[in-house]
Write a protein that binds this ligand. Structure first.
Ligand code: DC
Length: 227
């Protein structure tokens, strides 16, 4: 996937709270590309399992149900959408209940097989910035540009806490929750969170959002992946 920005695939992986969503949307806007939030797909399936009364701690039950809901992602970076069986779930997938359950659901191999298949269909011919945990390593190993976005734990916790309803969580509690999710995401057998060998690591701890976006747009241009 080289040449025009039209067929470019940019993979943005990294731990929770590293700023992947705002960064990926900004890069997509700057380069005129589509945008896919794969975490939202894992959240949408988790929301549906909880709604349907499936025991999310039972991998066999989760595996059996994984193909049932129809999950559809919109790819406009200015207005990303996600629906389950036609219903808009962009709000409900961000609730604490879904956040608490999503890591165990996404560790189930059958879940990953279903959602990675959907992701590859959406990515299709390219022209897209895709954020997740395993995009550069598993979903699109031949992506033209792979970024692994990190930030120190305290910076990630502060950013995540600021996104939550005021007073709903302390920075310390958020940091502990991020650490718990990182542990599950990095320790699972199926496609763990890991930096692809050929990914460029970008540490956003001391950078503004605009600086991180400019860094990644620069990487795309410098390497002549886009003009
Ligand atoms: O990016 P996020 O916090 O919305 O992702 C929610 C969860 O989904 C995260 O805990 C791990 C999982 N996930 C994954 O396993 N693989 C991806 N490509 C994206 C997210």
């Amino acid at each position: 996937m080289q040449g025009r920005s039209g067929d470019l695939v940019v993979a943005v992986d990294g731990p929770s709270g590293s700023g992947k969503s705002s960064t990926s949307r900004g890069v997509a806007r700057a380069l005129g590309l589509r945008y896919l939030d794969t975490g939202a797909m894992y959240r949408a399936l988790t929301w549906w399992l909880l709604q349907s009364g499936v025991d999310v701690d039972d991998p066999a039950a989760v595996a059996m149900a994984a193909k049932e809901p129809e999950i559809v992602s919109g790819t406009d970076p200015d207005a990303p959408t996600i629906t389950v069986d036609g219903a808009d779930v962009s709000g409900p997938i961000r609730t604490p209940e879904v956040t608490a359950a999503v890591s165990v659901v996404s560790a189930v191999p059958e879940v990953r097989a279903v959602l990675v298949g959907l992701q590859r269909e959406i990515i299709g011919e390219g022209g897209i910035v895709v954020e997740g945990r395993d995009i550069g390593s598993v979903v699109m190993p031949d992506a033209a540009l792979k970024v692994f976005l990190t930030a120190h734990a305290a910076a990630r916790a502060e950013r995540r806490t600021a996104e939550l309803a005021p007073g709903s969580a302390t920075v310390d509690a958020t940091e502990a929750d991020l650490a718990r999710r990182d542990r599950i995401d990095s320790g699972r057998a199926a496609s763990p969170l890991a930096k692809a060998e050929d990914a460029v690591e970008v540490d956003g701890t001391d950078l503004t959002l605009d600086e991180v976006i400019a860094t990644i747009v620069g990487l795309a241009r410098d390497s002549r992946r886009v003009s």
